[in-house]
Design a protein around this ligand. Structure first.
Ligand code: HMG
Ligand code: MG
Length: 302
């Protein structure tokens, strides 16, 4: 097994975690969450999305959130940009990385970004070129890499196609995403193997939603493949407004507990992470959606 000694977590809570919340979360709360996450040792934070506010009202404050953050030089801040309009707005906010998000399923592409897979690549092409010309790193995401809420099972060949197209336009990193949390380990392994035909093992990551409780098992099989980068969300927040039935991302607390228990370094202080999770959960008036956080907070309470 080529299990990594160290893992990098990309905290997507402020973006994927909050994008689906019905009640508006004030920019100041989002900024405070980012601050608490970086205090807990997270070095990569996906802050927000420069998308249409008609499509995702919760992300309408993207510029204000980016402007409100007290940046740390050792932390990288990323934002989602679906098109040139989003990229131009993002540019003013000086992200370290942008994310273009496509899908392995045609219907999901239509529902999420209102265009076909082929059209999405043509939209991303100038975004990627502009970002790279500005020295901004470009990450890609392939949604519905195993299953789609509208098309059902998705074949690995679909993932391979999108990975090839994204590589062809200069996307530097590829996230394989189980948008609706239906994947199980062997299926997600096959999806990742398809992406690895075009991307180096050091340029891929896993993005798991935990709808069916499989996210930690899926994380483990990726670790066994030697993958060392994962997206996770504080307190298990998350869901895509265009992926009906999907629940939150795998909780950062659960993944950190898993990794530390296996002797894999993350640089994250689990106690401070718990505080960050409690902060946002208290604001949302619910308990953290994380087994590890629940157990550790109960232990704290004595
Ligand atoms: P569209 O309606 O086809 O866009 O939306 P359009 O180019 O025809 O423009 C229509 C209107 O939107 C115009 O305004 C544009 O100016 C405006 P109007 O003239 O009507 O007043 N507009 C924008 N405004 C702000 N920012 C922009 C922007 N672009 C156009 N960037 C579009 C196409 C892509 C914009 C839309 O479908 C959209 O915003 N989709 C975003 C959906 C989204 O954010 N989904 C969640 C994130 S993906 C996810 O969660 C999955 C992930 O976690 C991985 C996984 O789990 O799978 C990443
Ligand atoms: Mg997601």
């Amino acid at each position: 097994m080529n299990m990594p000694a160290r893992v990098k977590l990309v905290e997507v809570g402020p973006r994927d975690g909050l994008q689906n919340e019905k009640l508006p979360v004030p920019a100041a709360i989002k900024v405070e969450l980012v601050h608490r996450l970086q205090e807990a040792g997270l070095k990569e934070i996906e802050v927000t999305s420069f998308v249409s506010p008609k499509w995702v009202p919760q992300m309408a404050d993207a510029a204000a959130v980016m402007a409100g953050i007290t940046r740390r030089p050792d932390v990288r801040y990323s934002v989602l940009t679906p098109n040139l309009k989003g990229f131009e707005a993002a540019l003013a906010a000086q992200p370290d990385e942008i994310v273009v998000f496509g899908a392995a399923s045609e219907l999901f592409s239509q529902r999420n970004i209102n265009c076909s897979i082929a059209e999405s690549i043509e939209r991303f092409r100038p975004v990627v070129a502009a970002a790279r010309a500005h020295g901004i790193h470009v990450r890609g995401a392939i949604s519905c890499a195993v299953g789609c809420p509208y098309e059902g099972e998705v074949a690995p060949e679909r993932v391979e196609l999108v990975a090839r197209l994204m590589k062809g336009i200069g996307v530097q990193h590829m996230g394989v995403a189980d948008t609706i949390g239906v994947a199980t380990p062997l299926k997600v392994q096959r999806a990742m193997e398809a992406a690895l035909k075009h991307y180096d093992i050091n340029d891929v990551s896993g993005h798991f939603h935990d709808t069916y409780g499989q996210a930690l098992a899926n994380t483990l099989i990726f670790l066994q493949m030697g993958i060392w980068q994962f997206d996770t969300s504080i307190a298990g927040l998350g869901g895509c407004p265009y992926a009906k039935g999907a629940t939150g991302n795998v909780a950062t607390e659960d993944v950190v507990y898993l990794l530390h228990g296996m002797g894999i370094a993350t640089g994250i202080d689990l106690e401070r992470l718990l505080d960050a999770g409690k902060f946002i959960s208290d604001f949302l008036e619910r308990k953290p959606n994380s087994r590890a956080a629940t157990a550790l907070l109960n232990k704290r309470a004595g």
